[in-house]
Design a protein around this ligand. Structure first.
Ligand code: MFK
Length: 541
């Protein structure tokens, strides 16, 4: 019998995740953690089981049937098995609801995003419509439209699978991807009811029961301010499309279980969310929430790829010993883990701030931090997810290139993170936009100083100095560009990455210091030191 390699295995993804558990012990009150732990444990188990199940059907995709046997237009959608399993589970565990419930006060978002982090990879991007549903609920609340809130929120925030609705986000058009001011869809008042006409080019989760769509009311001004935000339900009570044609499902690089469609609207009934203009301003709360989901899901992807690579390193021997005992391979994995842990702390810090702001518990400084750190977390973790997943494929050698190990799917799926909800450059420009109104770089310098002041162990202080220097250097570079808007834009990405790395490092060191003092656990400090050393060697920016 020739040699057969043992393949990498996943255990319960909550119980096995020392970082998540350590973080939750610090971030949550004991009673809160005890109350949510059964949900975390159940999703951790689901994550491991779903991974094994998914390996048996890596090619499954949703199917669109446009015509019936008699020539009637039906546009019937069949979802994948994984989605049929994931949807009721998401409702029952409150993947959207938990972020809006008062039970755990300002910790609601940490609770929710811990669930999201465990659920994302197992859900096969069912997390995408959940992100949009969460965003839609947030935007509807912020709009002050009480009638619409009373109608939609009980559905979006339901824990009952039979009641729970998901939402689409219909912005992107052929002419307007990043620049939505080029939106061509029009809204016309017909017998006192708004109707939408146009083509939406990327409508993810076309099975959603509702959507928020940007359109230009007839006669409105050109540009962003002339757009309005509309609420619509794509199908009637009998399941018939409301003057919508599904032209085709997109053939995507990854996220293939997610039914993303091109559609035509030809008089689809809709209602205004908040007035006939400033639709982008109205939808902005949705974008900031989906960008937070993006950061947490990107981080979850890094963790999954790394968990597989780390497990494989124990099982695979080469040159007389396991990979896990080979110095170069160990160093490679340690580098990846250090970056992933830094990304984790940045993503979850944004979740913490979101919860504080939404419950009215945040200071002005914390509101400003949320505005600045949301685009930073999204843009940095998106790029890192691709890089780390690619390295983890390589850690499995040729096996990492084979579809039925599941690694190529992780890599293809990761590539959506820097694109979806705004590309890296769009997010870097959003960071510049935010700097103008959220206290500027001083907000980030002050935040960093506040966290690092809490550090008590001398072991952590050298890393803290590196993190501080990193943010200070980025702030100095920003200042050196003055008000030269072309120069600021040209350097926006490197500045954003430098701030993101420095801030993430500071948050990572703060946690490492706590773990050392409170739990005598030196593992987070090893990762924090590793990441700080990477930053010091680069001398960024
Ligand atoms: C998961 C799998 C997915 C499957 C495949 C999908 C592939 C990708 C499909 C997609 O298309 S995803 C959608 C991607 N598109 C975007 O995310 C939009 C990217 N563009 C932006 O983010 C622009 O910055 C934006 C359109 C939001 C604004 O650009 P504009 O047109 O130059 O508007 P402007 O004047 O800067 O902002 C309008 C208002 O919104 C301003 O407020 P005021 O009216 O009060 O002045 C801004 O301050 C506000 N605003 C913009 N961004 C904001 C914001 N407010 C808060 N937070 C923000 N992030």
């Amino acid at each position: 019998m020739s040699f057969v390699q043992a393949f990498p295995q996943l255990g319960n993804q909550y119980r096995d995740d020392a970082l998540l558990r350590s973080y939750l012990r610090r971030a949550l009150r004991k009673q809160t953690l005890a109350a949510i732990e059964p949900d975390l444990d159940a999703l951790g188990r689901f994550a491991a089981e779903a991974w094994t199940a998914a390996l048996a059907h890596v090619d499954e995709e949703p199917r669109l049937t446009q015509w019936d046997a008699w020539g009637g237009r039906i546009d019937r959608l069949e979802l994948t098995r994984a989605w049929r399993v994931a949807a009721p589970l998401a409702a029952r565990h409150g993947l959207v609801a938990s972020g809006h419930e008062a039970t755990h006060g300002a910790a609601a978002r940490v609770h929710q995003f811990a669930l999201v982090y465990l659920y994302h990879c197992a859900s096969e991007f069912h997390s995408c419509p959940l992100a949009m549903s969460d965003g839609a609920a947030t935007a509807i609340k912020a709009s002050g439209n009480a009638g619409l809130a009373a109608h939609a929120l009980p559905r979006l925030l339901s824990r009952d699978p039979a009641q729970h609705w998901i939402s689409g986000q219909w912005m992107t058009e052929n002419a307007g991807g990043s620049d939505v001011s080029a939106t061509e869809t029009t809204a016309r008042l017909v017998d006192g009811e708004w109707r939408l006409y146009g083509r939406k080019w990327f409508t993810s989760a076309i099975n959603a029961q509702m959507a928020l769509a940007l359109a230009r009311p007839e006669g409105a001004a050109d540009g962003t301010d002339g757009l309005a935000l509309f609420y619509l339900e794509p199908r009637d009570a009998q399941g018939r499309w409301r003057n919508i044609r599904v032209d085709r499902l997109k053939h995507k690089l990854g996220t293939r279980e997610l039914p993303t469609a091109e559609i035509h609207l030809d008089g689809t009934p809709a209602r205004l969310v908040a007035g006939t203009d400033h639709g982008v301003r109205t939808i902005a709360p949705m974008l900031n929430v989906t960008r937070t989901w993006n950061a947490v899901c990107a981080t979850a992807t890094m963790r999954r790829a790394l968990a597989l690579a780390e497990d494989y390193a124990q099982r695979r021997g080469a040159f007389g010993k396991p990979l896990a005992q080979q110095p170069l391979h160990r160093a490679t994995l340690a580098n990846l883990r250090a970056q992933f842990e830094a990304a984790f702390h940045l993503s979850f810090h944004v979740a913490e701030l979101l919860g504080l702001v939404e419950t009215g518990a945040a200071s002005e400084a914390q509101r400003n931090r949320l505005r600045l750190l949301t685009p930073l977390a999204k843009l940095w973790t998106g790029k890192l997810a691709v890089a780390i997943t690619s390295e983890c494929c390589e850690c499995l050698g040729g096996a990492g290139y084979l579809e039925d190990t599941g690694m190529p799917k992780l890599l293809r799926d990761a590539q959506v993170f820097p694109i979806w909800e705004g590309t890296t450059n769009v997010l870097a420009l959003d960071f510049l936009r935010a700097l103008r109104g959220a206290g500027g770089a001083q907000t980030l310098l002050d935040a960093q100083a506040e966290w690092l002041l809490q550090i008590e162990s001398s072991d952590a202080s050298d890393c803290a100095s590196i993190a501080r220097a990193c943010v200070a250097r980025a702030a100095a570079q920003l200042a050196s560009l003055g008000n030269d808007s072309d120069a600021l834009e040209a350097h926006a990405r490197e500045l954003a990455v430098a701030f993101a790395e420095g801030i993430a490092s500071g948050l990572q060191v703060r946690h490492a210091d706590w773990a050392l003092r409170s739990e005598s656990d030196a593992t987070p400090l090893a990762a924090a030191r590793h990441f700080a050393q990477q930053l010091a060697q680069r001398g960024s920016p």
